[in-house]
Structure formats: C-alpha cells, structure tokens
Ligand binder design. Structure first.
Ligand SMILES: [Zn+2]
Length: 386
C-alpha cells in the first residue's frame, strides 16, 4: 500500500522551519524506477524460494568455481553479497561481482520461474512505494539458464506474464527493456533487436538498451544492429557516459551520450559525464532527454562517491532525471526509497526533488499513453502540486 505524500508537500513553504529529520522524511512520496537489472533486483527471499523449488544446493560461476553461498537460505545470500561490497573496487572484486550474477540466474530454471521472479519483484517494489518499475535484462542470459533454451519471444512472454499478474493483483505497474551487451553485440544483438521489433506494441511497449563496458565501444558502433529498432521507433535507452570498471576507471566521454541521443535514445543510463559538456546538457534540457542516475552503483563500483554525483546539479539545471538502484542485490539498498532515504544529504536533494523525480520518471517511462495517464493520476492524488 502506498501512503500519500500530502503530509510532506501539503504544508508548503514551511520546510525551513522543520526539524532536519522531518525535512528529509520521504516515506510518503511514491517513487518510480527506470533502471534496474531484472536478475540483479531479485530479493534474497525470491532467490531462496526458487532455489528450494528447484533443489539447487550449489552455485558455480561461469569459470566453474563454487560460490560461498547457500541458494536456499536468504540470510546466506544476504551475507554473501554483503561480503562482496567492500572489495568491489579491486580487479579481483570486480570479477567476483560479475561472477555473483550466477546466484540469481542459477535458480531460474523455467519460463514459469522467470515469470514468478518478475511478478514477485514488481509486487515487492510496489509495496515499497514504487508506482512504476522498469526491469531490464538480456534475453540470451535467461535463455541459457532455462531448460531447453526457449526462444526470445517466449522469454519476453514470461516476463510480460509476470508483470501482468502483478498488475492484476495490485495494479503494480512495470515494463521490460531488452538489453544486449556491447561486448556480445555481434553474437546476440541482431536477434535481440529483431525480437523487440516484433513484440513491441503501443499498448505494451518493450524497450531496447545497450549495456556492457563502454571504452572502445561508442554507441555509434551499433547503428547498423539497432537500425530496425530505430526504424520501428522502439523506445530506446542506452548505458552511456558511465566509466569503465576497476582497475582502470577510464572516463567515458560525454560524446558517447551525444552519440546515444543521435541514435534515438530518449533516456541515458548513468550519464554522469554529461556534467562535463554544458552544451549537451542544454540540449538534453530542451529536448527532455531523461537521465537514469544510479549513484549507489557508481559509488559501489568505485567510479565516484555519492557526494560527488552530479544528480543534484542536473535537477537544479532543470534536467529530467530520476534515481535507480541498477543492481540492488549487489549494492545494498533494495528499493529507490531506501537508497534515497540513506543518501538524501550526500546527494544534496530535498523531498520536493524526490517527488519531482517521480514526475520525471513517469513522463519518461516506456509505457502506453493510457498507463502514463493512470500513473500521473495516481501520483497527483498522492502528491498534489503545490
Ligand atoms: Zn545498468
């Protein structure tokens, strides 16, 4: 159940008089999350339920090493990820981070499991105040963990069915974005794009995204692969302007963001280097390009402390932006509300900014216009404009 944010924004103009902890109270403000990787957003409870159902007792990384985790025990899963965080910024830690994706993936053994993992995640986030959730992932990753390797269309069908069930149960809203990795584009990109073009509809949009390590892989490199999606006007977001993983931490320039926009992306994943190009920032402001900021992810992987994240500057400048968790299973906070609650001061944002970001996210969401109106109506009833 969502609680309204009237208690926060209803008392307008008096925030300066409040106690600091009251000023930062965002517990009644609904959120919307646009950048969350499906498998990396499963809760330890969901992993354990599927682990028990499929009698998984051991998880091996792609290199065959046994990971120190009991996939049937939520506490063991939580402890395993907690232990990974401090070492994430080392080269060895980053490899362990990548290997840790095997935990959620190894318990998804059927299309039903994928649907249930999706349904549970959407409902869990709605219960934590999320009005609309967008989950992304690579169909080929799920295909390889599911028995008999079903085609991408069936993978997308299972995710949609989980989202549909969540909506039927509590009107929890969600959409799916199909990704392919920059490094695996040659192998999988074309089939992902073709499937999205086939399955995306105005009533039930499916987005497209490019993920993976950026340096050496500017978005323009994928113009040919993306051509059918661009032609069909599939809603597009691209991971761009983040940084490369440890130990190099190589900056990816704002030109990558420009190239992503030139390809037709209306949203940018991370986009932290946008702060270095004022001209492009102005272009984004005028054209409503939305920034999916993931400050906790950027800090956990050692790119920048949360206090240095440009989100506050983006909002003051008038950009459309919102906060997402990216890979919450690995990075601590399971929901946007928890992430914000723990980092309001470091991010230099106010409860009004939180409400504003939800408005931005609803406007930028990959949903039907009917769903957007419904979300806007819900949000306005909970947080009337001052
Ligand atoms: Zn991401």
């Amino acid at each position: 159940m969502l609680s309204g944010c009237k208690t926060i924004s209803g008392n307008t103009g008096r925030q300066v008089d409040r106690e600091p902890n009251q000023q930062q109270d965002i517990s009644g403000i609904p959120t919307a999350e646009l950048h969350r990787h499906l498998e990396a957003g499963l809760s330890p409870e969901t992993i354990a339920i599927l682990g028990q159902k499929n009698r998984i007792t051991q998880i091996k990384s792609s290199k065959g090493e046994i990971l120190p985790v009991d996939p049937q025990d939520p506490d063991s899963i939580r402890t395993y990820y907690k232990n990974l965080i401090p070492g994430l910024t080392t080269p060895d830690g980053f490899m362990k981070f990548l290997a840790s994706f095997a935990v959620p993936l190894s318990v998804i053994k059927s299309l039903e499991d994928l649907s249930e993992a999706t349904r549970r995640q959407v409902l869990e986030q709605a219960a934590k105040g999320c009005l609309h959730l967008e989950l992304r992932g690579s169909p080929y990753t799920y295909q390889s963990s599911i028995k008999d390797n079903p085609p991408y269309e069936e993978i997308i069908g299972a995710i949609r069915s989980g989202m549909g069930k969540a909506y039927d149960e509590t009107e929890a809203s969600a959409s799916y974005i199909a990704c392919f990795s920059r490094q695996k584009a040659g192998q999988f990109g074309k089939e992902v794009v073709d499937t999205v073009v086939k399955t995306n509809t105005a009533d039930s949009p499916i987005g497209i995204d490019i993920a993976g390590v950026e340096p050496g892989f500017p978005p323009s490199k994928f113009k040919d692969i993306l051509a059918p999606a661009i032609e069909a006007k599939v809603p597009m977001t691209i991971h761009a302007g983040e940084q490369s993983p440890p130990p190099n931490f190589k900056e990816t320039p704002a030109s990558f963001i420009r190239e992503a926009i030139d390809l037709g992306a209306k949203r940018i994943g991370h986009g932290t280097s946008l702060i270095s190009d004022m001209e492009l920032m102005e272009y984004c402001r005028q054209n409503g390009i939305h920034i999916e900021a993931c400050p906790e992810s950027n800090q956990a992987l050692g790119y920048m402390p949360i206090a240095s994240h440009p989100l506050g500057k983006f909002l003051r400048y008038g950009l459309s932006a919102s906060v997402s968790t990216d890979d919450p299973l690995m990075f601590n906070d399971n929901s946007v509300r928890e992430l914000l609650k723990n980092n309001m001061e470091a991010l230099k944002i106010t409860p009004d900014d939180v409400a504003q970001m939800t408005r931005h996210a609803i406007n930028a969401a990959f949903v039907s216009e009917k769903r957007r109106e419904e979300l806007t109506r819900k949000f306005n009833s909970l947080c009337p404009r001052k």
